[in-house]
Design a protein around this ligand. Structure first.
Ligand SMILES: Nc1ncnc2c1ncn2[C@@H]1O[C@H](COP(=O)(O)OP(=O)(O)O)[C@@H](O)[C@H]1O
Ligand SMILES: [Mg+2]
Length: 301
């Protein structure tokens, strides 16, 4: 797979705060990469560096083919008083497009995003999901090879969220390199590639399967009728438990692969569960901290 954009040893700080540290990340063509991490992890800063709107304190951004970049900043970046069509053509003109070529591309994106029926509607009268689709279309008007999208699905209803992800898959199928920041692990899990960002450091990048295989942990789901709070406390004190967090009516605990099953009090049962991306995140964050379970609070992503 061709690599169209690469961050090499990127570090950045705002004043005394280190926001990115030594981040290496490749973006291959034809792939959606989810950049996952909780609020404050540094996702927006990483995207801004990749987009070239922020110069990092150290490291480089490489674009071997001089790939064009589409950047969608977090909060909806369309103009509320302009119509759908006016927004698209406005962004096109910013990129030096005009005339028939611009109209053709705007028309194509309008159809692609399912916004044809709303062509003349001011953006402020669109639903949140439609506004995000319009913002996405505007960011792509100049046919970039790379799309850098900052939380396009945050605050969007579940149906529109699925539609947005389907649009991103289509972009990748067309050969684009897509990097999409999200605080939601469940959304990330459906991407071909996931990059886990924790306190400005890239914990790992790879397919969800690769990431799950990378951590030497196994997960048990503890259950005890109607005693979840108590269960959580108990779980955190069990020997060998690296992380414990609520899940449905039970509590998930992660243990090192070779560790024996913990001895449980009467009424509590343990069922083996699949390792999830969030378990991987918490585990790797814990390894990074070089001690016990780091980030019980932070890994709420
Ligand atoms: N312009 C800025 N000035 C100072 N601190 C900033 C600035 N932008 C971000 N930060 C800080 O950098 C850290 C990472 O922020 P950000 O990149 O926005 O993370 P995320 O997008 O993952 O929430 C946070 O602690 C944030 O407060
Ligand atoms: Mg952000």
């Amino acid at each position: 797979m061709d690599m169209v954009l690469r961050l090499a040893g990127v570090s950045h700080r705002f004043g005394a705060v280190e926001v990115l540290r030594d981040v290496d990340l490749d973006l291959p063509a034809g792939t959606v990469t989810a950049l996952v991490g909780p609020d404050g992890a540094g996702k927006t800063t990483l995207l801004r560096v990749a987009a070239g709107v922020l110069t990092p304190a150290a490291g480089r951004v490489e674009r071997p083919g001089d790939a064009g970049i589409g950047y969608l900043a977090g909060a909806s970046s369309v103009y509320p008083d302009l119509t759908v069509w006016e927004n698209l053509t406005f962004f096109g003109r910013l990129y030096g497009m005009n005339g028939r070529a611009l109209a053709a591309e705007a028309g194509r994106l309008l159809a692609w995003a399912g916004l044809e029926a709303f062509r003349h509607r001011p953006a402020r009268h669109l639903s949140g999901g439609m506004r995000q689709k319009l913002a996405l279309a505007c960011a792509l008007i100049h046919r970039p090879a790379v799309a850098l999208l900052d939380e396009p699905t945050t605050g969007v209803d579940p149906v529109a969220r699925r539609e947005l992800w389907a649009l991103l898959d289509q972009l990748a199928a067309g050969g684009m390199a897509v990097l999409v920041a999200t605080p939601y692990m469940d959304e990330a899990g459906r991407c071909r590639r996931v990059a886990l960002l924790h306190r400005g450091r890239l914990l790992a990048a790879g397919s969800p399967e690769e990431l799950r295989a990378r951590v030497p942990c196994r997960v048990l789901l503890l259950q005890a009728e109607g005693r979840r709070q108590e269960l959580l406390r108990l779980a955190r004190e069990l020997p060998g438990v690296q992380d414990a967090r609520p899940a449905g009516e039970g509590v998930r605990v992660a243990l090192p692969v070779g560790a024996p099953d913990p001895t449980l009090p009467p009424g509590v049962r343990a069922v083996p569960a699949e390792v999830e991306l969030e378990d991987v995140y918490v585990w790797l964050a814990g390894e990074l901290a070089g001690k016990e379970p780091a980030g019980k609070e932070e890994a709420r992503a």
